[in-house]
Structure formats: structure tokens, C-alpha cells
Design a protein around this ligand. Structure first.
Ligand code: ADP
Ligand code: MG
Length: 641
């Protein structure tokens, strides 16, 4: 045990932040806010909370450290608990959306920025905390940006009311320190970094098919490097990852040159927690670990053993067009800052190599930094969350204020949803207050809050859970025909929503979910995740005294959907395209839909717009003009055929 302690102490002392410990603490004693910038791997996330604890900052409250993602909060908490030789939930704990591993003894608490934001609705002054570390500030998620303003306000109020100061540390590897410095009215500190050198290899020419390029590169690495060189591959999303994982496994089986084995892991947000954590476990020395990840692996986390990174150069981003109020999900080029973050993942515990599936020249055209999320996403949820804090977005102290046009359309949507009463001064309605209790987009929250009056609460609980869990159907395998056959039995002529509901209902009834999902070409992970989400949403619904009723009246169920998704109506045109009611976007039904290529209903409701080379409406159901007039009479400007 003593030797283990010594090793940990040696490790801690070897980290660059260790030498700056006194400087950091002195700055924090003199100022309420400190900005710290240093390269990844220098010890910001794991060490600074411990410095604060040992300097006595946790005497009158906890030290909270925010992370942009669940998996980061959990793994980093584990690491720090280990360094402090304590169990998780003891001195060190974590809280994420569906899980709280803390106790009365907890002094250092890792949490997602979403969790801290929800806490601030109940406790504006964040009195539980004596210090808050806002980590990975450069990620600039909407939640993080809101927290910047909220902690600033809490500091001011606490000073005014003499309630004990709130110390704030903002840390990042790549933040714009001048911009942050002006906003927080404080100085920034640069710390020397410590990462190992990473050799960067660019594609020699532009790649049409980056997935193929990635695959070829992986097998090149596999043939030419020792098996303990693990590989981290950056891709854009679940479907792409699962399909490539499948291909790699098939190829590894027949690879005659295969002197050693590959083990393939996936890492993306919709994956269950346990599955996400699997890729952190070491593999035997003769087995190469290959992790296929989205940008979730870009910051914060340390996956031991990674020596090679393959970067596809794209990221899937939600972007928002304030003219029509609709979110569009699309793959876009990463920024230069992101490219370097990804590269850095190869040099965390030894020298490494990064292979980029794009040319040097292509990279020159990438933007320098990623645009903050508040500037490009639908601000509806944010506006509502702030109104729940009695803050009008128009007066909020943003680091970067979102475009006015977007805010206007958000106020309009929320008014139509019944969440706010807008006027010269907007205020939240009782319905709106209930909506913020659900960790969901306001549209989905509205569905849950009104479903009982349509008699279909149980069905909506299931449907919302599946819709927030992403792809349920396994496709893109070499057995497409078999998959289609298996999926056919769930199909509903009413559309994808009813089809998804059929799948979910069958899933929860089966006794052997694993075998059943395999036989039916369904994604066990997504469905398991959906079942967990449903449990959480049911708990919240029960707390709000919502009646858990059920119906087999499909018309009522679809009317209920319409009552939340009234902005997502599209009308069939003579040329076979659909045009959306909000924004007049021309689109086709997505090929994955049960309504694709069949009879085309005149009016449809869709969940999502997906933009690839073409524009598609994903997850669609047939509706009728009479229902629109009856349920959402305020929807105007319906295009004619
Ligand atoms: P930063 O936040 O500055 O990027 P961290 O505090 O996350 O740095 O990590 C500092 C160092 O601690 C890493 O470079 C790595 O050597 C080690 N480390 C962190 N987390 C882990 C982990 N889960 N397993 C092994 N080593 C880790
Ligand atoms: Mg970090």
C-alpha cells in the first residue's frame, strides 16, 4: 500500500500543475475568479480540485467540477477517488443525469454542466458550493455558457448578502483567454504543458469516402505496429460507428496476416454508461484495442494505451435556422482547434501518431475554433430554463449573446407551447415550470405533460424515451434483406412513431432481450437506454401527479404528438416533395422510414430534419388537416399542394 501511495505521489508531482500549485492558490486567495489555461494532460481536471480541498476550500461547502459529458464526469471522479485512496461517493463523488454517487461526506463533486444548471434553478446562489471549477471551458456548450453567467451572478449576490464567497476556476486547454478575461474581469494564467510528441500524417489527396480511408489506415497500423499500440478513431455518429465496427470485426476474422487480435469498442453518447466505460478497461498485451468514438472522446477523458489516432475530420452538429425555428442535424468539418485536440489524444501517455483523413490543404480551410453552441442551436430550451430562473434572455449577461432573431422565434415557440406568456415582459407559466422539470427539449416535455388529457400517457412515455435514444434499427449490415424481413413485423401503416412504439413494447415484454434483439436486428443498447430513460421520466411524471393512462386509440396518440410537434408538419407537393410548414423547407421522407417509397400521405408530422447531400425528414407519421385545425388551430400558412 505504501508503495502504491508513493507511485501516486510521484505521478502527481510529475504533472505540470504541481509546480504551479502555490501560484494557483495565491491567485485564488486574492481573486474570486481565476482562469487557467494549459495543455491537455497537465493535471487540471484531476489535480486542481485536490489542491483546493487541501487548501481548506471545502470547509463551508463542496468543490464542484463541471464536465461537458457524463462519461468524463464518471471516469475522472473514479481517477481522483483512486488517487485519494477513497471509495467513490465518499470524499469524491459524481452526479450525472440519471445517477448520483455522492454522500454527506462528499467534498469534491464532479458533475455535468447540465446537472449544475438544473440545481441552480432551485438554488440560484449555489450555496452548496464554496468553489466551482468550470472545466473544459472551450467546449462552449449552451449549458456551460449559461453557467458562466449564473456563477458570476451568484458571486455578486453572495458578496452583497455576505454569504461567504464563491470561488470560481475556469479551466481549458484552448480557451480565448482575453475574451474570458474581459467577461470575468480577471487575469488568466498560462501553465506549461506536458504531452508527448505526436507525429501528424495527412492524407495525400482528398478522400471521397473517409470511412473507407479510415478502415485502410487502421489495417495498415495493425500490420505495422506492435499490438499494444491502441487506436482511437474519430467518426461522426452511432450508425457510422456501429457499421464500421461490424466491418472491422468481419475483416479481422478473415485477415490471414493477422498475427494478433483486434478488439473493437464503441464510444458515443447514446451508449449505456456501462458500455461507455468498457473501453477504458485494459486489454491483454497481445490484443490491440480499437475504439470508435464521436467527439465525446475529444476532451477531458484519458483512455490509457492510445498511441494512434485516426481522425475523419468531421463532426455531427445540430445547427439551427432562426428563420424557420427548426434544428438540422448534419455532419460538418471540424475546426482546427478540434483537429489538434483529437491529435493530442495520441500523446497522453507516450509518443504517438495521428492520421488525418484530410489533406493539409483541406485543413487550412477549417475554421480556427468551433462556434459556441449558443450561436448555432435552437435556444428554445435555454430561454425556458432562464425564465424558470426569472431571467429574461434579453437581459442575461452572455459571454456571447445568441442572435436576436433566434431568441424571438424561441419566445414564439414557447408561447405556442403554452410554456410562457410573452408580452413586454415575458414570464413562465405553471405549465412551463413543469416543463423544466424534465431534462428534455420543451417539445417532448409538452407531450408528457399533456398526454394524460389525450388518454395516452403510457404510450407517450415509451415513445419519448425511444425518440431520445437514437437509432433502434440495425441496418447497414451485409444482411440487409434479413433485417428488413425482421423489421417488417413491427411496421405500422400509420408511420414510424407507431412502429417505434411496437418495437419498444415488444422489447420490454421479451425475457431474453439480447437474443431477441439479435434475431430481430435491433439495437440492444439503444433499447436498453430507452428503458432506463423511461423509468426516469415515469418517476418525474409521478412526482408531478400526472395520470398514467393508456389507450389503443391511434388517432388520439397522433393528436397528442401533434400538440407538441406542431412546428414539424410537412405537406405533400405535386412533384412528390414535402414542404415544411415552418420555414418552407423542401425535403423527402428519409429512406429509413416505413412510409418511404410507399403511398405518400398529404400531411405528415416528422421528428427530425437530416441533411446529407439531400434533405430528409426522419421519423414521420401520417396526420390529417382536420386534426391540425382541431388540435393546433394557431398553425397558419399551411402550404397548398
Ligand atoms: P488535464 O485536465 O490537464 O488534461 P488530467 O488531470 O485529466 O489533465 O490528467 C493528468 C494526467 O493524469 C494524464 O496525463 C494522465 O497521465 C493521468 N491520468 C488522468 N486520468 C487517468 C486515468 N483515468 N487513468 C490513467 N491515468 C490518468
Ligand atoms: Mg481536463
Amino acid at each position: 500500500l505504501t508503495s502504491k501511495r508513493t507511485t501516486i505521489e510521484q505521478h502527481q508531482k510529475s504533472l505540470p500543475v504541481y509546480n504551479c500549485r502555490q501560484r494557483i492558490l495565491r491567485e485564488l486567495e486574492l481573486n474570486d475568479t481565476v482562469l487557467i489555461m494549459s495543455e491537455t494532460g497537465s493535471g487540471k481536471t484531476t489535480q486542481i480540485p485536490q489542491f483546493l480541498l487541501h487548501a481548506g476550500y471545502a470547509k463551508n461547502g463542496m468543490i464542484g467540477i463541471t464536465q461537458p459529458r457524463r462519461v468524463a464526469a464518471i471516469t475522472v471522479a473514479k481517477r481522483v477517488a483512486q488517487e485519494m485512496s477513497g471509495g467513490l461517493g465518499d470524499t469524491v463523488g459524481y452526479t450525472v443525469r440519471f445517477e448520483d454517487v455522492t454522500s454527506k461526506r462528499t467534498k469534491i463533486r464532479f458533475l455535468t454542466d447540465g446537472v449544475l444548471l438544473r440545481e441552480s434553478i432551485k438554488d440560484r446562489l449555489l450555496l452548496k458550493y464554496s468553489a466551482i471549477i468550470l472545466d473544459e471551458a472551450h467546449e462552449r456548450t449552451v449549458n456551460a455558457d449559461l453557467l458562466f453567467g449564473i456563477v458570476k451572478e451568484a458571486q455578486k449576490e453572495r458578496r452583497k448578502q455576505k454569504l461567504g464567497s464563491l470561488k470560481v476556476v475556469v479551466t481549458s486547454a484552448t480557451m480565448d483567454i482575453d475574451h474570458f478575461g474581459k467577461y470575468f474581469n480577471c487575469k488568466g494564467m498560462y501553465l506549461e504543458g506536458r504531452t508527448y510528441p505526436v507525429r501528424v500524417m495527412h492524407a495525400k489527396e482528398e478522400q471521397d469516402d473517409y470511412v473507407h480511408a479510415v478502415l485502410v489506415t487502421l489495417f495498415h497500423i495493425h500490420r505495422t505496429t506492435p499490438p499494444n499500440h491502441d487506436v482511437l478513431i474519430f467518426l461522426t455518429g452511432q450508425e457510422e460507428i456501429e457499421s464500421l465496427a461490424h466491418q472491422i470485426r468481419q475483416l479481422a476474422k478473415v485477415d490471414v496476416s493477422g498475427t494478433s487480435d483486434l478488439r473493437v469498442y464503441s464510444l458515443y453518447a447514446q451508449l449505456s454508461q456501462n458500455k461507455q466505460l468498457e473501453c477504458f478497461l485494459p486489454t491483454p498485451a497481445n490484443i490491440r484495442k480499437v475504439i470508435l468514438a464521436t467527439n465525446i472522446a475529444e476532451t477531458s477523458i484519458t483512455i490509457p494505451g492510445i498511441r494512434c489516432v485516426i481522425d475523419c475530420g468531421f463532426v455531427k452538429e445540430k445547427s439551427f435556422n432562426s428563420a424557420d425555428g427548426l434544428d438540422v442535424l448534419k455532419s460538418v468539418r471540424i475546426s482546427k482547434a478540434q483537429a489538434w485536440q483529437r491529435t493530442g489524444r495520441a500523446g497522453r501517455d507516450a509518443a504517438g501518431t495521428c492520421y488525418r483523413a484530410y489533406t493539409k490543404k483541406q485543413m487550412d480551410s477549417f475554421a480556427d475554433a468551433t462556434q459556441p453552441e449558443v450561436l448555432r442551436t435552437n435556444p428554445t430550451a435555454m430561454v425556458l430554463q432562464l425564465l424558470a430562473l426569472d431571467i429574461d434572455c434579453n437581459n442575461f449577461d452572455f459571454l456571447d449573446a445568441p442572435p436576436e432573431e433566434g431568441l424571438r422565434s424561441a419566445y414564439k415557440s414557447l408561447d405556442a407551447l403554452g410554456a410562457i406568456k410573452s408580452g413586454s415582459v415575458s414570464h413562465i407559466t405553471p405549465l412551463g415550470r413543469q416543463m423544466v422539470m424534465f431534462p428534455l427539449d420543451p417539445k417532448y416535455a409538452k407531450l408528457l405533460l399533456t398526454a394524460s388529457s389525450f388518454g395516452c400517457m403510457e404510450e407517450i412515455l415509451s415513445l419519448v424515451s425511444v425518440l431520445t435514444s437514437d437509432h433502434v434499427f440495425v441496418s447497414n449490415t451485409d444482411k440487409n434483406e434479413m433485417a428488413s424481413l425482421a423489421h417488417a413485423k413491427f411496421q405500422s401503416k400509420h408511420g414510424d412513431h407507431l412502429t417505434l412504439l411496437n418495437v419498444f413494447n415488444a422489447f420490454v415484454k421479451t425475457e431474453k432481450p439480447k437474443v431477441w434483439c439479435h434475431d430481430n436486428y435491433l439495437n440492444l443498447r439503444s433499447l436498453t437506454y430507452a428503458r432506463n430513460v423511461r423509468r426516469q421520466l415515469t418517476e418525474i411524471s409521478e412526482r408531478l401527479d400526472l395520470v398514467l393512462n393508456s389507450t389503443d386509440d391511434i388517432e388520439m396518440l397522433k393528436k397528442c404528438l401533434l400538440n407538441g410537434f406542431f412546428e414539424n408538419i410537412a405537406v405533400l407537393q405535386r412533384d412528390g416533395f414535402y414542404v415544411t410548414v415552418s420555414g418552407n423547407i423542401r425535403a423527402k421522407i428519409h429512406p429509413s422510414s416505413v412510409l418511404h417509397g410507399k403511398y405518400k400521405p398529404s400531411y405528415i408530422l416528422f421528428t427530425e430534419i437530416v441533411q446529407t447531400e439531400q434533405t430528409f425528414l426522419r421519423q414521420v407519421s401520417e396526420i390529417s388537416i382536420e386534426w391540425i385545425k382541431e388540435v393546433v388551430p394557431f398553425v397558419k400558412n399551411i402550404p397548398t399542394r
